[in-house]
Design a protein around this ligand. Sequence first.
Ligand SMILES: [Zn+2]
Length: 274
Amino acid sequence: MTVPAPVRGPRRGCNPDVWRNVRIAILLLILATAVWSNLYDRLSTTDWDETLQVGIFPVDEVENSVARDYITDLSANRIADIEAFLNQEAHDYGIGISRPVRVELYPPVVEHPPERAADSNVFQNMWWSLKLRLYARRASRASGKPPPQIRIFVIYHDPTFTQSVPHSVGLQKGLVGVVHAFASERMTRTNSVVIAHEILHTLGATDKYDPATLAPIYPIGYAEPEKTPRFPQPFTEIMAGRRAVDASTFEMPQSLDRVVVGEATALEIRWIKK
Ligand SMILES: [Zn+2]
């Protein structure tokens, strides 16, 4: 006697194709949200119709008394040149509001920002960037004040132990920067140049120097590219970081007094339009 094969009934649960489509839809939604968030940040920080809030967060240094004392003595007037510079340049490019940028000193934060490995690959960089954004959100909230739109964390190094500091960074995605500065009264005004440079990176400005030679790129990295004779350039373009004294000598500015925002940078941060 043969036993009839059981008849297979309808499968319970969802079709795997449905789950795969749901997963794809969720991923696309996350991606779209990230793209929208980045676009919104870019447009809202460069529309220049209301004051842009920038917060400077010194990172507390518990193990070095020189850095700690410097941070304790930090006051708003030590960073006032940054706001004055950005607003003066914005007005020179025709930005109409009276205070385009407000740069405010926040209380020191205890937690250090995540470090980026010097030889990190593209995926490690993405992971670090994500960690930095989460750090910025956490650390700026801890200050007890409303978080600003742009957050710049400044790590102060004792110049007696550190001759050169790691590269500072400013990210447009996340509107966050990490500046390595010197805890020295003598370096306060050059620290401001670096902080202003990184603030402009968060607004979409790109570097205008050759990374191999550190030479300002002609013409976009020159404050006065049309000047005759071309050398010496009297001012430094902020995103070039150095002025050309002659064809092979480049000098860093000692303060923001001799620094300008060039036209290429002004276009990138939408102070001018094509
Ligand atoms: Zn840069």
